[in-house]
Write a protein that binds this ligand. Structure first.
Ligand code: GLN
Ligand code: ZN
Length: 752
């Protein structure tokens, strides 16, 4: 039996080859053959990386041209009606992902609590299914050609259905039909080899499953595990414990369970059941979704704990989840500080960690190179504990001695004073911060970064952008202006670059969806600030207008949720460190005459834990750190926050607890339904519900916006409302933004 494995591997390529060839194909710069050729090269290269590292059980079908859920839709033949007539399979596949003529693209949403987005299956009452096994079979054969017998990765039936949307009918209505297709697939797979291993990913059970869902799980794997005696089934979960599911699965005829012992430490509670059941355990001990070197000693200890209950010959060592969520390799990181680099491990490096752990745990002889690897690992882990790059005594002292965690006066008193001093009207109009980022602007920023233009030229350009932005807002007649964020290409990176404790990789890309990748900042050390980050630009904007200019910052929770954060300190502590820097920034802004400051928390909601038992802990530090960030604000300094989504029902009290004076939110698409949640919860602060959708190039008419405002006024009084678009405008064009905002200002007049 194999001793180690990997749940899945990234597919975008170490130089994002897949991205670039896809984009070329979409732009009609090449035929699909060229994409296929790149894909085949990548698959082979990725298999070889794993093989050379000593990974014994390697996956196929973890590759995807776009997304694994989309592949599963193709496999099950449940293509939505609007794409059904497209004959060419490739065209159909990308049409679902990206839209086609009148057929709007399928929705995407976040894969559990990662930043990866999957395509959401759309099922309807009379849904039909039909097996298409082409991709799965051909990938298996491709690997076989280079001598690899792979495990075949599939998304499990319950997870697939659980993550789908329907026309109102029961999601699991199609359960039996879907399991039939999977059965048919397994029959085909069974003829591929004398024995085939199939991994079913069922991360759906890392959330709290219902009894009904657990019943389906039993039903599903009772059936699938009996299709053919030469198929060995692994059911894998990740991102949390899945004890409820494990209890069920040990009583099905599957071969193995894959569990995440990094994010789901509580999986340890399941070991007794597994031991009694004779199942093989794929023990996920190397974190598949961070960037830090594994602490090998600690992992060996964990494995021994597991090994006390499960016999050693029934354990296979693996990653906690697919390595899809980690950057590819450190190979191209020439610019990273060498000490920091020595603490890191990206996907390729994690392979070595899994391989060495299996040698250590199963007492295999170590080569000289292995011994050095282990020694270096220990040294790196030790140096992290004391390095002055990470640890800053002053920062720690400051966090220990925080005396005021929140603002002095309560919100109703604050708002009263603010309304008197700031003198903004009812239904005050404003925007969310950014204005169109033109190609010219992006180029100037890039040139400045590459030092091909001087600081003076760069600053002159940014100022001229701000001049233009302020003039345009004045002539449109907005009440509270913004500087437009021309100096930022990203709302987290900009702040990370100016605070101590952050680093930036050159090539640490992680797939976000399809061809899109993100390169999250690396938050490695205690966070502090040497100089103000935004004051120069905001005060410049304020100096050229008599209207109030709103300052613009990114909040601590969003900075954390969109970065790779250190693993040697609780997130709460990291958040408080960032919050103190933001509090300093706010103080600097207000001392320099800025009267309204917005602290964006765009990613507040996505950091929520998967299980209810962990929610209060998250909410506690998230709210506390937000309040700490704005604790320095004078009573008369008005604090805004912004969140870009419309599902607030379950977190409304948490939003209230953040205690911002004004919150702007995304409501444009939901009428006033969302606002009713604010009303019924007794929300007492001011709210700017987005009155139009900025994600579309369409220019809303005056009348449409009037109707929207009318709807809002049915729920809340005009003294409590602000009027604004539903998110930042940086992805739009000026030709769209100017008339849209003019219409918004016009619409408000009717109600003043
Ligand atoms: N202030 C930011 C902007 O306008 C907010 C972006 C966001 O919410 N994602 O771009
Ligand atoms: Zn937004």
């Amino acid at each position: 039996m194999q001793k180690n494995s990997i749940v899945g591997f990234p597919r975008i390529g170490e130089k994002r080859e897949l991205k670039f060839t896809l984009e070329k194909f979409w732009a009609k710069g090449c035929e699909f053959d060229e994409v296929e050729k790149t894909a085949n090269e990548l698959k082979i290269r990725h298999w070889e990386y794993q093989k050379n590292a000593g990974i014994e059980l390697i996956s196929s079908n973890d590759f995807s041209y776009y997304d694994g859920m989309l592949d599963t839709i193709m496999m099950l033949g449940c293509v939505p009606q609007r794409f059904a007539t497209i004959q060419n399979k490739t065209e159909q596949y990308f049409a679902m992902a990206r839209g086609y003529k009148d057929g709007v693209a399928m929705a995407m949403t976040k894969w559990f609590n990662t930043n990866y987005h999957y395509i959401v299956p759309e099922l309807h009452k009379n849904q039909s299914f039909r097996l298409d096994s082409t991709k799965i079979i051909s990938e298996y054969k491709q690997a076989k050609e280079i001598g690899l017998k792979t495990k075949i990765n599939l998304i499990g039936a319950v997870t697939f259905l659980g993550l789908s949307t329907t026309d109102g009918s029961d999601k699991f209505l199609h359960f039996a039909k879907v399991v039939d297709i999977y059965s048919e697939l397994l029959s085909e797979i069974s003829s591929l080899d004398d024995e085939v291993i199939v991994q079913f990913d069922e991360p759906y059970f890392a959330k709290e499953p219902t009894n009904g869902e657990l019943g389906l799980l039993k039903n599903c794997y009772d059936k699938l595990a009996n299709i053919s005696p030469n198929i060995k089934i692994i059911v894998t979960t990740y991102f949390e414990h899945s004890n409820e599911a494990t209890k069920i699965l040990v009583n099905t005829p599957i071969w193995a369970m894959g569990l995440d012992f990094v994010a789901g430490e509580k999986n340890l509670q399941s070991l007794d059941w597994i031991a009694k059941s004779d199942k093989i355990l794929f023990a996920g001990v190397v974190n598949g979704r961070n960037i830090w070197k594994n602490d090998l000693q600690k992992s060996i200890k964990l494995l021994h704990t597991i090994g006390e209950i499960i016999p050693k010959d029934k354990i296979i060592i693996t990653s906690s989840c697919s390595l899809l969520h980690s950057p590819f390799t450190l190979k191209y990181e020439q610019k990273l500080d060498s000490e920091l680099k020595n603490w890191l491990s990206f996907a390729v490096e994690k392979l070595d960690e899994v391989a060495i752990l299996s040698k250590l745990f199963f007492n295999e002889p170590l080569s000289q190179k292995d011994k050095e690897f282990v020694q270096n690992n220990q040294k790196a882990i030790e140096s992290k504990k004391t390095s002055s790059k990470i640890h800053n005594l002053d920062v720690n002292k400051r966090v220990q001695n925080i005396s005021s965690w929140e603002r002095e006066l309560e919100v109703s008193k604050r708002l009263k004073i603010q309304r008197e001093t700031l003198k903004y009207p009812d239904l005050a109009t404003t925007t969310i911060g950014s204005f169109p980022q033109t190609n010219e602007l992006r180029n100037v920023r890039k040139e400045y970064k590459q030092k091909t233009i001087s600081l003076e030229d760069y600053e002159a350009y940014i100022k001229s952008y701000i001049d233009d932005c302020i003039k345009k807002q004045e002539s449109i007649g907005l009440d509270v202006l913004v500087h437009g964020e021309p100096e930022r290409n990203d709302m987290v990176e900009y702040f990370g670059e100016q605070m101590n404790g952050f680093a930036f990789s050159s090539n640490g890309w992680v797939q976000s969806y399809g061809a899109r990748c993100v390169k999250p900042p690396i938050l490695y050390g205690d966070v502090s600030l040497d100089a103000p980050m935004t004051t120069k630009w905001i005060t410049y904007a304020q100096s050229i207008t008599n209207k109030i200019v709103k300052g613009m910052l990114t909040g601590p929770v969003t900075i954390i949720n969109w970065s790779f954060v250190r693993d040697d300190l609780p997130k709460s502590q990291i958040a408080y460190q960032i919050a103190l820097c933001l509090a300093d920034e706010i103080d600097d802004l207000q001392k320099n005459g800025i009267k309204i400051i917005q602290v964006d928390e765009a990613a507040f909601k996505e950091g929520y834990p998967l299980r209810a038992e962990n929610i209060s802990d998250y909410e506690n530090w998230a709210v506390k750190s937000f309040k700490l960030s704005v604790s320095s604000a004078y009573t008369q300094t008005q604090i805004h926050t912004h969140m870009c989504y419309s599902e607030f029902g379950d977190i409304i009290h948490t939003i209230e607890a953040m205690d911002a004076d004004v919150i702007t939110i995304e409501t444009a698409k939901s009428g006033n339904r969302l606002l009713q949640i604010f009303k019924s919860s007794g929300y007492s602060k001011e709210i700017g519900p987005g009155v139009y959708d900025i994600h579309s190039p369409r220019i809303p008419s005056v009348q449409e916006i009037e109707t929207q405002i009318q709807l809002l006024l049915e729920v809340l009084p005009k003294e409590q409302l602000w009027i604004n678009p539903d998110c930042g405008l940086k992805t739009r064009k000026w030709e769209e933004v100017t008339p849209a905002l003019a219409n918004m200002v016009q619409a408000v007049k009717k109600f003043r």
